[in-house]
Structure formats: C-alpha cells, structure tokens
Design a protein around this ligand. Structure first.
Ligand code: GLV
Ligand code: GLV
Length: 332
C-alpha cells in the first residue's frame, strides 16, 4: 500500500506532483481554508499531513491517528502548530526554511519604498486624474540613503533584509536574542537593545517568529519611543505588534507610517487601520512569488518523502522528537 498524504489545501509549485509519484494523495480543499472537520478526517486517514499556516494543528489533530508520522507545514512560520504535543506523540514537524527568504525580504523593502516614496497615494492621485503638471511641492517623501535601519530578528530573512538596506546606503543596527557576528562583520551592523533600536531608527523591520516571547514585542510604550518620522515594517506575524496601539500611534502621527503584510487578528484588521493614509497594507503575500511558492512546495514534499524513507527531514523543527522515534534513522 502506498503511503497516504493528506494536503489540507491545494497550493502552487511542484510539491504535490512529487508526492503523487509515490504516495496516495488527498487534497482537503482546492480553495479557501480547509474546514476543521476535513482536517481531522484527513489526519485520521493519512500517514502524513501537509498543512498551511491557517490550519490549527493541535492535540486533537494528532489524536485522530496514532500512525501519523509527520506534519509538513507549507510555511516558514509554524506558530499554528502545537510542537510540544507533536513531540510527545513522536510526530515530526517540518517547515520550509530558506524557500521564502528573498521574497519576504524584498517585500519588506517594497513596503518601505511604497511608504517613503508615497507610491500608494501617488498612484491613487494619478488614477483620479489629479495630475495637472509638475509641482515641486507634490507628494514629498523620504530618501533612505544615510538613514538608520533597525532590524528586529536577523535570521535568514532579517539578514537578507540587512543586505538590501545596506545596499541602499543605510546604516544598520539590530536586535536579536543571539548575536550575529556574520552581519556585524559583513554589514557593519551593531547589536542594540530594543529600546535603543526604536529610538534611533528611521526604518524598523521585524523578522522574528511568533512565540510567547515575541507576542506584542512592539507595544504602546515601544511605539512612543520611535521617531515621529519612522516607518515600521512587519512581514513576520501580526501578533508581534499590538495592532490597536499601532493604529492609535498612527492616528496621532506619533510615528511616520507602517507597512504591514500581517495582522494581529488576521484576516481582520483592527478598526481604523484601513482608513489611515500613513499605512500600506498587503494581504500576507510577502512569500507570494512563483519562486518562493515552488520552493516551499518542494521542501514540504521532500520532508514528507524523507520521513517515509525513515530519514530525518532536513527542515525538522522539533528535533527532540528524534529520541521518541524508533522508526527514524537518526544517523547516530
Ligand atoms: C508565511 O508567512 C510563512 O510563514 O511562510
Ligand atoms: C526564516 O527563513 C528566517 O529564519 O528568518
């Protein structure tokens, strides 16, 4: 019998075709979010499930099926997955690191550019037929060269963002739970505490995973420390910023603007956010490039196939699960 893979929702890229070569694959839904009931049924039937960041994967899911070997999350973030419960049951959890690094860092730069160059307002202005001739006062924006860029979280995505910002002539300071000698050497980036970073920066871009310690990492008090002209960019996870506090800071022009791809109560926005003219909003599409989606798709599939072969998937997140897994070759 072929191994069974349940994919909660169809996604672009070659991964599903790769799985179909050697596995029995069922797709939960072609569009939209997989209903909970379908996800549970899928978990019951399958040896592996491939999930999206919109699927909540918890004890109830694992308990459908003691044979469940692996949950491969089609995302770099895995805050939708209860890792401890997976580990307890010997279920491997994988993500897709590296697949979306450039796409997400480029998107963050894009949000920053749209804010600084006022592209959103300028585009609306043109479409409204308001352009009557060159005007030296029209839509004045910001130059980034020579400004200070603060990066919170310098993992894969954060360090590529640092590289881009440096190429724009910005000087770099960063905050992370671990030092990164690599970006300190390559880009002359200085590690600072979060308050110093918020006070000194013209642009702040967030690249941390969502965990209990990063929930509301940016709160009302932090927003008060920021320069009146500073831009806050978030392409990580919404709950990292207290969005209600952010809306209030933006309303009072306490900060210069915000470029957001993720939201605290996604897909809902905190009331008032979409009315502000000093924000740029995109619908969680920082990793939505053909390149990233294909790579995410292949990595997710390869993780499943590796697990079926009894190998350790490269993108294993809950590494401590290996002690619990008699069927996996730990290589040790
Ligand atoms: C997207 O947000 C991801 O985590 O890959
Ligand atoms: C994700 O790829 C990260 O480590 O930033």
């Amino acid at each position: 019998m072929k191994p069974r893979v349940f994919v909660s929702r169809h996604f672009p890229g070659e991964g599903i075709a790769l799985l179909k070569k050697s596995c029995d694959v069922r797709i939960g839904v072609m569009k939209g979010t997989c209903p909970r009931k379908k996800l549970l049924q899928g978990a019951k039937w399958a040896d592996a499930i491939v999930t999206l960041l919109t699927d909540k994967v918890d004890a109830e899911v694992y308990d459908q099926n003691p044979r469940l070997k692996i949950v491969a999350n089609y995302a770099v973030g895995f805050d939708n997955i209860d890792l401890a419960e997976a580990t307890k049951r010997g279920v491997l959890v994988t993500n897709t690191p590296g697949a979306q690094t450039e796409s997400v860092a480029e998107h963050a730069i894009g949000l920053m550019m749209v804010l600084g160059k006022r592209i959103r307002e300028a585009d609306a202005f043109m479409r409204a037929g308001k352009y009557k001739g060159w005007d030296p006062d029209l839509l004045l924006g910001t130059e980034f060269d020579g400004k200070v860029c603060g990066v919170i979280g310098v993992g894969r995505i954060g360090s590529i963002f640092v590289k881009f910002a440096k190429a724009l002539g910005m000087s770099i300071i960063y905050n992370d739970v671990v030092r990164s000698p690599d970006i300190e050497q390559k880009y002359d980036a200085k590690p600072v505490d979060i308050n110093t970073l918020l006070k000194q920066c013209d642009v702040i871009s967030i690249h941390v995973p969502l965990m209990p310690s990063t929930r509301h990492l940016i709160n009302a008090g932090h927003l008060k420390l920021m320069k009146k002209t500073a831009f806050l960019i978030n392409t990580s996870r919404g709950p990292v910023i207290d969005e209600t506090a952010l809306v209030s800071a933006l309303k009072r022009r306490q900060i210069g603007g915000a470029g957001l791809d993720v939201y605290e109560f996604e897909p809902k926005l905190v009331p008032g956010l979409a009315k502000l003219d000093n924000v740029v909003l995109t619908p969680h599409i920082a990793s939505a490039t053909w390149e990233a989606r294909d790579s995410m798709s292949r990595i997710a599939a390869q993780c499943v196939l590796a697990a079926f072969k009894g190998e350790v998937p490269e993108a294993l997140v809950n590494k401590d699960v290996l002690q619990k897994n008699p069927w996996i070759k730990t290589g040790a």
